[in-house]
Design a protein around this ligand. Structure first.
Ligand SMILES: Nc1nc2c(ncn2[C@@H]2O[C@H](COP(=O)(O)OP(=O)(O)OP(=O)(O)O)[C@@H](O)[C@H]2O)c(=O)[nH]1
Ligand SMILES: [Mg+2]
Ligand SMILES: [Zn+2]
Length: 309
């Protein structure tokens, strides 16, 4: 609705702009898709903070951002906060046997999704490769039961129907993951008219080449929308309190059902800690506890910098 009359409070009628959604951020301009199906670029300041997925109203080249339902942010290696996308229902963490993704990346992405009120989904691509072996299955198995795991191969065209079904209710999701796992390739398979550029990984070091440089939002033919994002490795936590972290860390879900001795336990080395007990009994891997500890240390550092304590 572009203009709304409020007869009860007798406020003057507020003229608002044309409603739309930001579908691409091009630095000095954003591309807005309007409800009538048209699109156009609107100039913005680089520092405007607008992101793909933002609902906006545009009037005379002035862009007003509407309230967000959700926002996914991350801290990069330099400590800067980067916004990934806004107004998402699902965060699809894309991994592949090659290039490899660390379990820590998946855990961190899951923390970010849960803290932002989005459902995380693990999308496993390139299931056709010989590297999709027992070791790789072992890597995936620690996440089983904590989020849906969908296996695909864009090369073989396998596993696309369950992905379509995931979005069919009209949900909006974003693909995140390290460069080269095939985020743009999967989107092209789901939505051939997206026409995204894909790039071969570097055979020498088996790393992606950062082919995608801007986030873009696409409507899927079977319903729903998906954001393709440029690959990144650093998923530093943003705007989560150190005390809340454990509740967003899926490896602790069952462990925290049994309460720790102290209500404000940070699950480091406190006496009577259920996490520590699980670690000692081998029910929690050292690697995952270390991921938690590194997230905790990063959040405590931020809280110190922000003077929260
Ligand atoms: N074997 C195999 N290769 C695939 C599959 N999907 C994608 N690839 C290849 O993986 C490489 C990287 O694909 P992209 O789609 O560009 O990866 P991306 O995740 O978008 O990478 P960035 O944009 O750099 O973040 C390309 O050479 C693709 O052809 C698959 O299912 N199997
Ligand atoms: Mg890409
Ligand atoms: Zn504890």
């Amino acid at each position: 609705m572009s203009a709304r009359k409020n007869s009860k409070t007798k406020e003057p009628v507020q003229l608002s702009g044309e409603p739309g959604t930001i579908v691409a951020h091009l630095g000095v301009a954003v591309e807005v898709a309007f409800e009538d199906g048209t699109r156009r670029s609107v100039r913005v300041k680089r520092s405007s903070g607008h992101v793909v997925g933002d609902r906006v109203e545009v009037q005379d080249e002035v862009l007003r951002r509407l309230d967000r339902n959700s926002l996914i942010e991350r801290r990069d290696a330099m400590g800067a906060v980067r916004t990934v996308a806004a107004n998402l229902d699902l965060l699809c963490i894309v991994v592949a046997p090659r290039p490899a993704t660390t379990a820590g990346f998946v855990d961190r992405a899951m923390v970010a999704a849960r803290a932002a009120g989005m459902r995380p989904v693990l999308v496993v691509n390139k299931c056709d490769l010989p590297e999709a072996d027992e070791d790789f299955d072992g890597f995936l198995s620690v996440f089983e039961g904590h989020l849906p795991i969908l296996r695909v191969s864009t090369k073989l065209g396998d596993g696309l129907d369950p992905l379509h079904a995931l979005f069919a209710e009209g949900l909006r999701g974003a693909f995140v993951g390290v460069s080269g796992v095939g985020k743009s390739s999967i989107l092209n398979s789901l939505c051939p008219e997206a026409g995204l550029i894909v790039g071969a990984i570097n055979e020498q070091n088996a790393l992606g080449r950062h082919t995608t440089s801007v986030a873009t939002l696409h409507s899927l033919p079977g319903g729903g929308e998906l954001v393709d994002t440029p690959g990144f490795r650093d998923f530093g936590p943003v705007a989560i309190s150190a005390v809340d972290l454990a509740h967003h860390f899926c490896a602790f879900d069952d462990l925290l059902a049994e309460r720790c001795k102290f209500g404000n336990c940070l699950h480091r080395s406190e006496p009577g800690c259920q996490v520590r007990l699980a670690l000692e009994q081998g029910r929690l891997s050292k690697e995952r506890h270390e991921t938690y500890l590194s997230l905790l240390a990063e959040l405590e550092e931020q809280e110190k910098l922000n003077g929260w304590r």
